[in-house]
Design a protein around this ligand. Structure first.
Ligand code: SF4
Length: 345
C-alpha cells in the first residue's frame, strides 16, 4: 500500500515538473515565458534579458508618470512574488538560443525589490550561468537591511531618484503612507558606501515640477554624496495616465544636465531621450515576444507592428487577433496610438 502511495506521489511530482516549463495561460494567450523577456536593449544597461518578477500594480510608489497608471496594490511588505525555479528555467531556455546579451536585468512591472525571491534567483543564475546581473529599482526600500543585502549581490544597480524634496516626492512618486523620504535617502547613502558594483541613478524630469534651481541643486548635492558612475536624466514615458504630467522642455533638460554636471562632472551626467527599452531582438515566436515586452512596458503601435512583422506577413491581422482574444488593446494619447496589455489603462 505504501509503495503504491509513493508511486502516486512521484508520478504527480513528475507530471508537475514536466509541465512547469511548458505553456501557461496568460491573458487568454499561451506563452512559454512567464517572467523572462527579451533580449532587448535597455538604454542604460545595454543588451539584456529582462526578468519581470513583480506584477504590475504591486509597488511601494504610485508614480504620477507610471506607465501602468495608479498602483492598485501599494505595498512595502516583501513577500515571494515570483517562482525562482521557474525564472531560472526560463533563463536557461533563453540562454540556449545563442543570444547575445551582456547581462540579465530585473526590470519589473511592479517594484522588483518587494520580491523576497531575488537572492535565490541571483545566486542560482550567477552560479549556473556566470552572468552579470542588474536591477532597476525605485530605491524606496533601501532603508531595509534585507533589501540592501539583496542589492549588494548585483553587478549593476539603477536607483530611481526623482527628487530629494519632500513635497515634490509626495507629488511625483505618491509613496506608500509608511515611507519616509529621510529614511530612504539615508538608506541610499549607506548602500552607496557599501556597494562595489556599477551604481547608476536615474531622475525623471516633469515639466515645472522638479526642474527648479532649488530642486536641482539639492538633488545634485545628494548625488555627489553617493557618487554614481553615471547619473541619467530621463523624461516620463510617452503613455502617461495622469493628464497633468508633462514632458520637460528642452531648456529644462539642458539646465538640469548642466546643474548636475557642475557637481558631478560632465562625463557623469547624461540625458536619456530614447525609450526605456530601445531595440528588440525577436527570438522564437514574435507574438509571445511582444506580449512579454508589453507586460513590462506599453509600446507605440508602430513598434509593436515592427516586432510582429519580423515573423508575420500581415502583422496588423495578428495584432487584431490578439485584441480579439483580449490579450492586448490599443489606446490613444495625444494623437498617438499605443499597444498595452488588456488589463491596463
Ligand atoms: S516605481 Fe515604477 S512601477 Fe512603481 S509606480 Fe513608479 S513608475 Fe510605476
Amino acid at each position: 500500500m505504501l509503495v503504491v502511495y509513493w508511486i502516486c506521489i512521484l508520478f504527480i511530482i513528475f507530471i508537475y515538473t514536466s509541465l512547469s516549463l511548458q505553456d501557461v495561460p496568460l491573458g487568454d494567450v499561451f506563452v512559454s515565458y512567464e517572467y523572462v523577456f527579451g533580449p532587448v536593449l535597455f538604454r542604460h544597461i545595454g543588451s539584456a534579458l529582462g526578468i519581470n518578477n513583480v506584477p504590475s500594480g504591486v509597488c511601494s510608489y504610485s508614480c504620477s508618470y507610471c506607465r501602468f497608471g495608479r498602483s492598485l496594490r501599494l505595498s512595502i511588505d516583501r513577500r515571494p512574488y515570483s517562482n525562482p525555479e521557474r525564472i531560472v528555467g526560463e533563463a536557461r531556455n533563453m540562454l540556449t538560443k545563442d543570444i547575445d546579451v551582456d547581462c540579465i536585468v530585473f526590470f519589473a512591472s511592479g517594484e522588483p525589490t518587494l520580491d523576497t525571491g531575488i537572492k535565490s534567483i541571483v545566486d542560482t543564475i550567477k552560479s549556473k550561468f556566470g552572468m552579470s546581473l542588474g536591477i532597476v529599482t525605485n530605491s524606496s526600500l533601501l532603508w531595509r537591511h534585507d533589501v540592501v543585502h539583496d542589492l549588494l549581490l548585483f553587478d549593476v544597480v539603477v536607483l530611481k531618484i526623482d527628487t530629494v524634496v519632500e513635497d515634490t516626492w509626495r507629488l511625483i512618486n505618491r509613496p506608500h503612507r509608511s515611507l519616509s523620504l529621510d529614511d530612504i535617502l539615508c538608506g541610499i547613502e549607506t548602500f552607496s558606501k557599501l556597494y562595489m558594483g556599477t551604481l547608476i541613478t536615474e531622475t525623471t524630469l516633469l515639466r515645472k515640477i522638479n526642474t527648479s534651481d532649488e530642486e536641482l541643486i539639492e538633488l545634485a548635492e545628494f548625488l555627489r554624496k553617493i557618487n554614481p558612475s553615471t547619473s541619467y536624466i530621463s523624461t516620463p514615458p510617452q503613455l502617461v495616465v495622469e493628464r497633468w504630467v508633462r514632458q520637460p522642455t528642452e531648456e529644462e533638460l539642458v539646465f538640469a544636465q548642466d546643474m548636475l554636471a557642475s557637481k558631478l562632472g560632465e562625463d557623469k551626467v547624461s540625458v536619456l531621450r530614447a525609450p526605456e527599452i530601445e531595440k528588440f531582438d525577436v527570438r522564437g515566436d514574435a507574438k509571445e515576444y511582444l506580449l512579454s515586452i508589453l507586460n513590462v512596458h506599453p509600446l507605440e503601435l508602430e513598434r509593436s507592428i515592427a516586432i510582429l512583422s519580423m515573423e508575420y506577413d500581415d502583422p496588423i491581422s495578428v495584432l487584431r487577433e490578439l485584441a480579439d482574444m483580449r490579450a492586448v488593446k490599443i489606446v490613444s494619447r495625444e494623437g498617438r496610438k499605443f499597444v498595452v496589455r488588456y488589463w491596463e489603462s
